[in-house]
Design a protein around this ligand. Structure first.
Ligand SMILES: Cc1ncc(C[n+]2csc(CCOP(=O)(O)OP(=O)(O)O)c2C)c(N)n1
Ligand code: SF4
Ligand SMILES: [Mg+2]
Length: 284
């Protein structure tokens, strides 16, 4: 794994030394380089949180917006310029909590973007409060008697919403992570990767737990029923790999628009919409 790529920049990192977010960044930079992409062809989109800082440290286009709002922005960017590789980097709080509504609707809309969730099961930036993926019973400063809610199962949710590419990776398995990221970027449609990312300051889960418990899955990722079983089975919660990859990708958001309308047909639209439509057709 190269430490310097054409996606490296010199922005000083605000992450704790030793945070596995550094490994996710490295896997992404190397993956993009191996795909022979240029910084001009990539657009990173994020909200707020430690995970959401990743676009600051990668050379390329980026949009750093409001907490939880990365997915609708990324969808808009992809529709406006379908040639860009659009990648969202977000945390479990940002994506499943504050942005839960956007997560749900992006899953069913199927824009052709890549979604990387740094899942440390806490709100790390704001000092370790419980997030939607914090295990039940876990004691936190604001939950001194333990979290009462059942954790969200975002992988199962993504599967039942018809997401074509669903994977679980570990930030500590950096080569594997890089390969899955490359496959996700090349997948036509929403490709979603939940990345187990221990936070070494607030310790969820510990590095040792992650190293000890994770294993590589060996099922057929084209088998939807098997994929759903894995996502629902607590005994498989440390299983890493592509859980599901639909070999018959669904149409992506916007595809119908580009395929079924000509510029002539669009001349009946009101002036503002016509300008947007012309730009879209030119970009495609
Ligand atoms: C609307 C809004 N609510 C709350 C916050 C405070 N806030 C900033 S980051 C964050 C949690 C981020 O958690 P996560 O997405 O899991 O990222 P991590 O820091 O764990 O990588 C919160 C609650 C905010 N900035 N904006
Ligand atoms: S607080 Fe946790 S997630 Fe944030 S940079 Fe430090 S180790 Fe990483
Ligand atoms: Mg988090």
């Amino acid at each position: 794994m190269k430490s310097k790529t054409k996606f490296s920049n010199n922005v000083p990192s605000q992450w704790c030394p030793g945070c596995p977010n550094h490994l996710i960044l490295k896997a992404l930079q190397n993956g993009l380089e191996e795909l022979e992409l240029t910084p001009q062809e990539v657009c990173l989109v994020s909200g707020i949180g430690q995970a959401a800082k990743l676009p600051h440290y990668l050379k390329g286009n980026f949009f750093n917006g409001l907490h939880g709002r990365a997915l609708p922005v990324a969808t808009g960017i992809k529709l406006a310029n379908p040639k860009l590789k659009v990648i969202v980097t977000t945390g479990d709080g940002d994506c499943y909590g504050e942005g839960g509504n956007h997560f749900l609707h992006t899953l069913r809309r199927n824009p052709d973007i890549t979604l990387l969730v740094h899942n440390n099961s806490i709100y790390a930036l704001t000092k370790g409060q419980a997030s939607p993926t914090t295990p039940k019973g876990e004691k936190r400063a604001l939950n001194p008697r333990g979290v009462e809610d059942e954790p969200l199962n975002p992988l199962a949710l993504a599967l039942i919403q018809g997401t074509g590419f669903v994977a679980r990776c570990s930030a500590l398995e950096i080569e594997h992570l890089k390969e899955v990221i490359k496959e996700a970027i090349n997948y036509p449609g929403l490709a979603y990767v939940d990345i187990l990312q221990p936070c070494i300051s607030w310790l969820k889960p510990s590095l040792e737990t992650l190293k000890k418990e994770t294993f590589f899955l060996s099922h057929d990722p084209q088998d939807f029923e098997q994929a759903l079983k894995i996502a629902l089975d607590p005994a498989q919660k440390w299983g890493l790999g592509i859980i599901y990859k639909n070999p018959w990708p669904k149409p992506v958001l916007g595809e119908g628009f580009y395929q079924h309308f000509s510029l002539e047909q669009l001349t009946h639209l009101p002036p503002l919409d016509l300008t947007i439509a012309q730009n879209l057709l030119k970009a495609h």
